[in-house]
Write a protein that binds this ligand. Sequence first.
Ligand code: GAR
Length: 192
Amino acid sequence: MKKLAVFASGSGSNFEAIAAAIERGQLEAEVVLVVCDRPGAKVEKRAERFGIPVLSFYPKSYDSKADFENFILQQLNDAGVEWIVLAGYMRLIGPTLLQGFGGRIINIHPSLLPSFPGKDAIGQAFEAGVKITGVTVHFVDEGMDTGKIIDQDSVRIDEGDTKEDLANKIQAVEHLLYPAVIRSLLQEKNKR
Ligand code: GAR
């Protein structure tokens, strides 16, 4: 059983989609730790409901990113984590975690990358007036949403959709896509 850590900063609905897929037997993996850089975020309560331990920390209480990433790395290693799954973790991953987990960090982003990287991708797509946007799952490198794309799914922006309608459509797609991509990724790696 592959051991995952999910990193989140906010609501954690993607974390929940992954944990629920595991519970339903649709994804053979185990989330052994949730890492949260915003103590008090809703994801903490969701993790509690699944009985999954949470490592919450205040980045500002550390001198540098390397300091808090070293602390996280230690906890990940202690918990036997094999893959880092970013799910709304609103922070760039630094060299410490990238080196510690070379090639085993993935992220979900709410646009069809390389369009609309960075913050508020849904708002960016909405303002741009595109008719098709979507969701991307990609490997994480040192850039902002620049790593190799693993899979994507599209979402149509219909006439009359509000930004909130779009956000709901995107999240519904994310909750199906992310567990499915993780499943194929883990199966692929098992074959090697
Ligand atoms: C998701 O829509 C995810 O794609 C986005 O944050 C949201 C988190 O929602 N991530 C990014 O924008 C990363 N650049 P959640 O906390 O409910 O899973």
